[in-house]
Design a protein around this ligand. Structure first.
Ligand code: ZN
Length: 268
């Protein structure tokens, strides 16, 4: 595991009201938060965990989230900073299919694709309160066709090159790259633990806990399918961090994100 490197690909930022970030707790007011993807260079291959949001999609469908994203903050742009191209990614794993976690998938048609087995069906028929979360269906021809949103598909997208391998339960994606099933925020949500040879493991909460304060207060975001499961998953994230003596990294926490290594810097 000593040769494993983890890069955070800065994907720009979005804005939500405080009552969405901290459900029924707030305080209200605009909160600008980061979006990033995780690139793992591993002896078994190059893994991309999530793929950020698509700027044009957000401007068209959710402009009130005020996206700020440079070219270098797109998936092709962030990979280029590392001297890589999208075709250099062997496996893409999506923690769930909310638009800020799958917007760059369309650049990776050649990669193996993995997600929880219930996430594509949920994208095909989301609950009414999930429609905006699951609004970017460019990653799946099946979802785009089911929802009559094929205008989002890019040239070359086919059922074959947008089909996912579905998993369930906890899964070790590669040696020391562990996925923990933490539903609630979405039906098939996963978070991620990366183990290294030389440093403490890193536990990425993904959207089980947007921020450090979210986890400390067990206050999930207003976007969820099952808030009870969401609280249980937050407790599980705390326990996992303890059990593995891991450093925690949060998905949408600007204050903490500023201290994370991004760009060409990496964790190993
Ligand atoms: Zn998110």
């Amino acid at each position: 595991m000593s040769d494993t490197k983890v890069y955070l690909l800065d994907g720009g930022s979005l804005v939500l009201d405080g009552f969405h970030v901290f459900w029924n707790r707030g305080p209200g007011g605009e909160i600008r938060f980061p979006v990033y993807s995780i690139l793992i260079e591993h002896a078994e291959g190059r893994f991309l965990i999530d793929s950020g949001y698509d700027y044009d999609h957000v401007m068209k469908v959710l402009p009130f989230e005020k996206p700020q994203q440079s070219k270098a903050q797109t998936i092709p742009g962030a990979l280029a900073e590392l001297g890589l191209e999208p075709k250099d990614v062997g496996v893409v794993f999506n923690s769930h299919f909310h638009f800020d976690h799958c917007g760059g998938n369309k650049y990776l048609p050649h990669a193996k694709r993995i997600c929880h087995k219930l996430e594509v069906p949920q994208t095909c028929s989301p609950e009414p309160f999930e429609v905006l979360g699951y609004s970017d269906v460019s990653f799946s021809v099946e979802a785009a066709e089911t929802r009559g949103m094929t205008d989002q598909l890019i040239d070359g997208a086919t059922r074959e090159n947008t089909t996912f391998e579905g998993i369930e339960g906890d899964v070790e994606l590669a040696k020391g790259v562990k996925l923990f099933f933490t539903p609630g925020h979405s039906i098939g949500h996963y978070n991620l633990l990366g183990e290294f040879g030389t440093r403490k493991p890193i536990l990425f909460s993904i959207d089980a806990a947007y921020t450090q304060k979210s986890l400390e207060t067990l206050c999930q975001a207003s976007f969820h399918i099952d808030p009870d499961a969401g609280v249980q998953s937050m407790r599980r994230v705390k326990q996992l961090a303890e059990d593995h003596e891991a450093d925690l990294m949060f998905s949408h926490d600007m204050e903490n994100f500023k201290t994370y290594k991004t760009g060409t810097q990496f964790y190993r």
